[in-house]
Design a binder for this molecule. Structure first.
Ligand SMILES: [Zn+2]
Length: 221
């Protein structure tokens, strides 16, 4: 049975909240640290950048990565630091003020985020069951979040400029990133539309996914 959708007002509040949380700047993106770490072995038969993580494809328990710090302090898988910095630089050059609000998360961090969001909804009057259902439309269970993979980032604009999301939607594939949870695809991804969440899949897959209007779950088409 599908989870109940988040009430529209609550969704709007959450969306605005995510933008409003753009509380700190990132300084110069040009100074992003270069990745000097050798590529890791591919997981299974797929290259590392195509690993699917969702509610039915959890991370292995022994999963670990080498991280690199982005301007602003968030970390990501070191192998995507360069394309991410290039994308953010291009977005900045287009007149926006992007920063990585959330990058790599440990399983413990993911659990804490889930617990805190559920508490927030309970404080707004939702029952524990409804609060959990509502949060799970947006926040993955620990072990099933792409943020734990280190290949996903939540990008916000320092000025709350929603036009930045349009820019990312049109250009991210040029840098190997996809909008991972597009509108109208939540029945496939299991996650509601998140215009701020981008996932690295490499340029070839990103371009195909962008041009065909599909999700990572549907790739290769
Ligand atoms: Zn995210």
């Amino acid at each position: 049975m599908p989870r109940r959708r988040l009430p529209a007002l609550l969704s709007l509040a959450l969306f605005i909240g995510a933008i409003a949380l753009a509380a700190h700047g990132i300084g110069s993106l040009a100074g992003a640290p270069a990745s000097t770490i050798a590529p890791q072995a591919a997981t299974g038969e797929q290259p590392w950048y195509l690993v699917l993580v969702n509610s039915t494809h959890p991370l292995p328990d022994d999963f670990s990565i080498q991280t690199a710090k982005m301007p602003g302090g968030e970390t990501v898988d070191a192998r995507i630091a360069d394309p991410l910095a290039q994308m953010l630089d291009a977005c900045t050059a287009a007149g926006y003020h992007p920063f990585v609000r959330s990058g790599y998360r440990t399983r413990e961090t993911q659990q804490a985020i889930l617990d805190n969001r559920i508490k927030d909804y309970e404080a707004e009057g939702l029952s524990p069951e409804r609060a959990r259902d509502a949060v799970l439309d947006w926040v993955a269970l620990p072990g099933t979040s792409e943020h734990e993979l280190g290949l996903a980032v939540d990008i916000n604009d320092e000025n709350g400029d929603a036009g930045m999301y349009d820019w990312l939607a049109e250009h991210a594939h040029e840098y190997g990133f996809i909008q991972r949870y597009p509108p109208e695809k939540s029945s496939i991804t299991g996650i509601s539309h998140e215009p701020w969440h981008y996932r690295y899949v490499g340029e070839e897959a990103a371009t195909a996914i962008y041009e065909e209007g599909i999700t990572l779950e549907e790739y290769p088409a």
